[in-house]
Ligand binder design. Structure first.
Ligand code: NAD
Length: 495
């Protein structure tokens, strides 16, 4: 049975005797243990990160970029390995896991452009004989705390850019699927990253609190559920850190009466049920506008019944299990609540069983129709394969639903009307928006982040936002020629 420890200064290490179980969600069986790191482990991580920062921040951006290029090459050769590690502990299909590694790899690719990205601004003659320029400098030791649903991609939204900017980085992966974090760090060492620039510390909220309270750590990047995101944001700010904390979601997909229905339904299938709905950009609400509701619900229901729900080892699987028995119980309780609230259960995934995997944490595709905005199943994030359909008469009502919701991560509209689409993209209060695209996840060279209760902090992740987050701005004003004036000046300079 595997024991997952920490990756500190290029070595796998832990002094702690406390462990948590790691499960195979397909079988519902324990397959390993992860360490709950001690204060001593944390101290070692900190010393290593502090030392590594001194040299790494002095390494030229071009040399840093070359290490990232090598890392990209090594990652490309290891996509299948990493995907297998993810699927074993997370349960998602192998193709989905591979896709997520590639999305992370694209951030490494973006970060190889760091010499260009760090170029500052220069103004000649801001005053007579005076030049001024701005530079961006690294923060120091940075940290990232990540969720279970993307054990490679989400950490890779963070550390490649932080490290490219000259920082050292401490990763605290989810305790539910921790093996991937260690593998990613080992491969970075293989690419030539000096020891200690990327350390990985495992554990749960105790380690998180050590990170948040540590004054040597300059910034915290977090992705996870909204209550924890809010806690991380407030506590990091109390301890004087820069913070970006991405939270949960309830993403709406609006289907207009003039939409291409087949395309909308295909989009909804992958977006609602792919990865068993455990994506922060999953579509969990479909809003049917006008008279399209009956046709939409029938087509979703017909298609969802053909989805193959099976373990990741079955390469034709469309979706796997959810992450844990507790999470499965929570999803099932939401389905019970939806029925009690009066929503119409069109497809019921509660009693889903697969022969040979009876103890696996599987939930079948579930569909509710006639959901209304006051229901708990609409207001809260379920994070499972449960889709709610709401019916409204007009586009304005659909937009109001999107905007009144507490979450603001992603949304999408299916329509063939350019004017409606333009109005929607301009007026929805949401961070990431799709037009005839079901999951509008921005590419690495744009930035990822929601609004409202889906993001606490000032910066989204990766892209230029990432570079800004992981650097401090400095502006220099410089005069070399001898001044024509002698003596002190007491007025604000005007030329
Ligand atoms: P989670 O909030 O339970 O855990 C995330 C991280 O926080 C883990 O590393 C965990 O160890 C730590 N943590 C958990 N409870 C804590 C506590 N009380 N104090 C301090 N640290 C704590 O989230 P999860 O279940 O791993 O992931 C699913 C959630 O993440 C969903 O809500 C999903 O929407 C969200 N998510 C959001 C995005 C986004 O970009 N907005 C992306 C992926 C996932």
């Amino acid at each position: 049975m595997k024991i997952i420890k920490n990756y500190i200064d290029g070595t796998v290490f832990s002094s702690s005797k406390k462990f948590l179980d790691i499960d195979d969600p397909s079988k519902g069986e324990k397959i390993g243990e992860v360490v709950l790191s001690s204060k001593e482990d944390f101290k070692k991580v900190l010393e290593s990160s502090k030392k590594a920062f001194l040299n790494w921040s002095e390494t030229t951006p071009l040399k840093r970029s070359r290490v990232l290029s090598k890392y990209k090459e090594i990652l490309e050769k290891n996509i299948d390995n990493i995907a297998k590690i993810i699927s074993e502990e997370h349960g998602k299909t192998l193709d989905d896991a591979k896709g997520s590694v590639i999305r992370g790899l694209e951030v490494v690719e973006f970060a190889t452009g760091i010499p260009h990205l760090l170029k500052g601004e220069f103004s000649q003659n801001v005053g007579t004989g005076i030049d001024s320029w701005s530079i961006r400098q690294p923060l120091g030791i940075t940290a990232g705390i990540t969720p279970f649903n993307f054990p490679a991609m989400v950490p890779m939204w963070m550390y490649p850019i932080s490290i490219a900017c000259g920082n050292s980085f401490i990763l605290k992966p989810s305790e539910k699927d921790p093996s991937c974090g260690i593998k990613l760090a080992e491969l970075f060492s293989e690419a030539g990253l000096p020891d200690g620039v990327l350390n990985v510390i495992n554990g749960d909220k105790e380690v998180v609190n050590m990170i948040l309270e540590e004054k040597l750590i300059s910034s915290v990047s977090f992705v996870g559920s909204t209550p924890v995101a809010k806690y991380i944001y407030e506590k990091s700010a109390q301890h004087g850190k820069r913070v970006q904390a991405l939270g949960g979601a309830k993403n709406h997909l609006v289907v207009m009466p003039d939409a291409n229905l087949n395309q909308a339904v295909d989009g909804i299938m992958g977006a609602a049920y792919g990865s068993a709905g455990e994506r922060c950009m999953a579509v969990s609400v479909a809003v049917a506008v006008g008279d399209i509701g009956d046709k939409l619900v029938k087509q979703i229901s017909d298609k969802a019944q053909t989805l193959k729900v099976s373990p990741w080892t079955d390469l034709s699987s469309d979706m796997g299990p959810v992450i844990s028995s507790e999470h499965k119980a929570k999803i099932l309780s939401y389905i019970d609540i939806g029925i009690k609230e009066g929503a119409k259960l069109v497809l019921d995934g509660r009693n889903f069983k697969i022969q040979g995997y009876e103890n696996g944490y599987f939930v079948g595709p579930t569909l509710f129709d006639d959901v209304s905005k006051n229901m708990k199943i609409y207001k809260e994030e379920i994070f499972g394969p449960v889709l709610s359909v709401l019916r409204v008469d007009t586009y304005e009502e659909a937009l109001k639903l999107v905007n009144d919701h507490a979450f603001g991560n992603g949304t999408s509209i299916y329509t063939s009307d350019g004017e409606i689409s333009r109005h929607f993209t301009s007026n929805c209060q949401i961070g990431m928006v799709g037009v005839n695209v079901p999951i509008p996840v921005p590419m690495a060279f744009h930035s990822f982040g929601g609004w409202k209760n889906s993001l606490f902090g000032d910066h989204a992740m990766h892209g230029n936002e990432g570079v800004r987050f992981y650097t401090k701005l400095k502006t220099v004003t410089s005069r070399w020629p001898k001044s024509t004036k002698e003596g002190p000046e007491f007025t604000m300079p005007t030329n």
